[in-house]
Ligand binder design. Structure first.
Ligand code: BT5
Length: 239
């Protein structure tokens, strides 16, 4: 489904998920109320690729983070075909030279404890110029490569990569852990790295003990804690 302007493609699917089929894609040229984790504002000017995908499969793993990974892996792959190498930042960003080119938001629709549907929202800076106040932390394809891309073609490539290269192959009970491992291999952090964890503007430094799909185990001065993906920002420390 295409919209010129919408409040948020995620919000649209959250409203209409019941009557729409699985794998419905909602794409908009511009969002007026784009959002990220913890309802942070997502700047979505014309020229970027803003879309959301609805998943309500019969027999596939239903953790929203699997679907976020599905898209980070696919976009990394497709951008590399356009000669732009990106780094996956745990848990949901793609970076170029430490600047965010893509953010992905996975939301689960719960019926009691059961996830009935998953909505994945993808914000990819493509032909849009980054506003001044985000220049230090964000970049776009055109700013990196000085070249514009066809958004419709890119949208198709990303979704067919997600579907055929990863979803059909790995989104099965006995295969999903292989996919998570593949994703971990592509991350910008490793066991033993020192990181800064920022949660509700409190900063803590620690060392990574282990990396999992949805959480990290961090050693904060001898005390091991689990840090969950939904709640924190993680920065790699240079030491
Ligand atoms: C994310 O959140 O990175 C997930 C963003 C998902 C956006 C898509 S667009 C289509 C769909 N519809 C929606 O309404 N949302 C999804 P988070 O990790 O919370 O990062 C948010 C932070 O990224 C903000 O607080 C800003 O610092 C920064 N930011 C905002 N707009 C940006 C942009 N266009 N490019 C890079 N960084 C941005």
């Amino acid at each position: 489904m295409y919209f010129d302007t919408i409040d948020s493609t995620n919000a649209y699917l959250k409203k209409y998920w019941k009557k729409l089929p699985s794998e419905t894609i909602v794409w908009a040229s511009k969002q007026t109320g784009g959002y990220g984790r913890m309802k942070r504002k997502w700047i979505s000017q014309r020229g970027g690729l803003w879309f959301s995908v609805l998943f309500k499969p019969k027999n596939r793993p239903m953790n929203p983070w699997h679907y976020v990974r599905l898209y980070t892996m696919s976009i990394k792959y497709v951008l590399s075909k356009y000669r732009l190498e990106t780094v996956i930042k745990w848990p949901n960003d793609l970076l170029v030279n430490n600047k965010k080119i893509c953010g992905i938001l996975g939301e689960g629709i719960y019926t009691g404890n059961i996830v009935s549907a998953i909505i994945v929202g993808i914000g990819l800076n493509v032909n849009n110029i980054i506003p001044d106040d985000l220049k230090n932390i964000a970049t776009s394809y055109v700013e990196e490569k000085n070249k514009e891309l066809n958004l419709k073609k890119l949208l198709k490539q990303i979704n067919s990569t997600a579907y055929y290269k990863y979803y059909l192959k790995y989104f099965k009970k006995d295969k999903i852990s292989i996919f998570t491992k593949l994703w971990i291999k592509n991350l910008n952090i490793r066991h033993g790295d020192f990181i800064k964890v920022i949660s509700q503007s409190i900063e803590k430094r620690g060392k990574i003990v282990s990396i999992h799909g949805d959480y990290l185990e961090i050693d904060f001065d001898g005390k091991i804690e689990k840090i969950y993906a939904g709640e924190v920002s993680v920065r790699k420390e240079r030491i």
